[in-house]
Design a binder for this molecule. Structure first.
Ligand SMILES: CC(C)(COP(=O)(O)OP(=O)(O)OC[C@H]1O[C@@H](n2cnc3c(N)ncnc32)[C@H](O)[C@@H]1OP(=O)(O)O)[C@@H](O)C(=O)NCCC(=O)NCCS
Length: 168
């Protein structure tokens, strides 16, 4: 069915809705280690500059969102130093994407990934990093469709994660 998806940036006014979507998503995960729960502090951070959270709305309802996260160099969130394919250029993370269950199947992770990529390019970022659980086939397919390359499988956030990168 053709849908009227509206893309808008999110701010702190979306905090409650986003936490609600995260809770709803975690409750129905096929495997509990597929997604880590973010702290309230992390969500507040993601919803404010320099980070960028972009959402998709259908009417009044936000049905999906994703985050471009600009890590502080050397912080635990900085994925680029972990890359086997070493890079020495400004990087950021395609950190998280959640699509409400009833709206999956519309490639919204790819759509949001493209928007956030454009934003990253505008900021002079040349590498995007992302992780996905090896069990998360939908997320892996989306990252590959966005043109990310697989780097390695490692332990991150206490879970097994595939690390991906994309040169912009
Ligand atoms: C991962 C997620 C964001 C993808 O949502 P989406 O953009 O609607 O993805 P789609 O359903 O359009 O699927 C993308 C691709 O994966 C495939 N896919 C979807 N679910 C799948 C599954 N369970 N097994 C295998 N392939 C699957 C789709 O067929 C599609 O492939 P195609 O392009 O070849 O047709 C969504 O599933 C989600 O919110 N999951 C929970 C949160 C999460 O894991 N986020 C990602 C990590 S941050």
């Amino acid at each position: 069915m053709e849908q009227n998806f509206v893309i808008r940036n999110c701010g702190l006014e979306q905090l409650d809705e986003i936490i609600d979507m995260e809770r709803e998503t975690i409750e129905i995960l096929p495997q509990p280690d597929m997604l880590r729960r973010n702290s309230l502090e992390m969500w507040r951070c993601c919803l404010q500059p320099p980070h960028r959270c972009t959402g998709v709305w259908v009417g009044e309802k936000m049905v999906a969102f994703a985050v471009l996260y600009i890590p502080l160099e050397g912080s635990e969130e900085d994925l680029s130093p972990l890359l086997l394919h070493s890079v020495d250029t400004p990087s950021a993370n395609y950190k998280i994407c959640i699509v409400r269950p009833e709206w999956r199947g519309n490639h919204l992770q790819v759509l949001l990934g493209r928007c956030l990529e454009d934003e990253a390019r505008r900021r002079g970022i040349r590498v995007l990093c992302s992780t996905a659980s090896p069990k998360n086939e939908a997320s892996i397919r989306s990252l590959l469709q966005l043109g990310y390359s697989y780097d390695q499988t490692l332990e991150k956030y206490g879970f097994e994660r595939n690390l991906y990168y994309k040169m912009l």
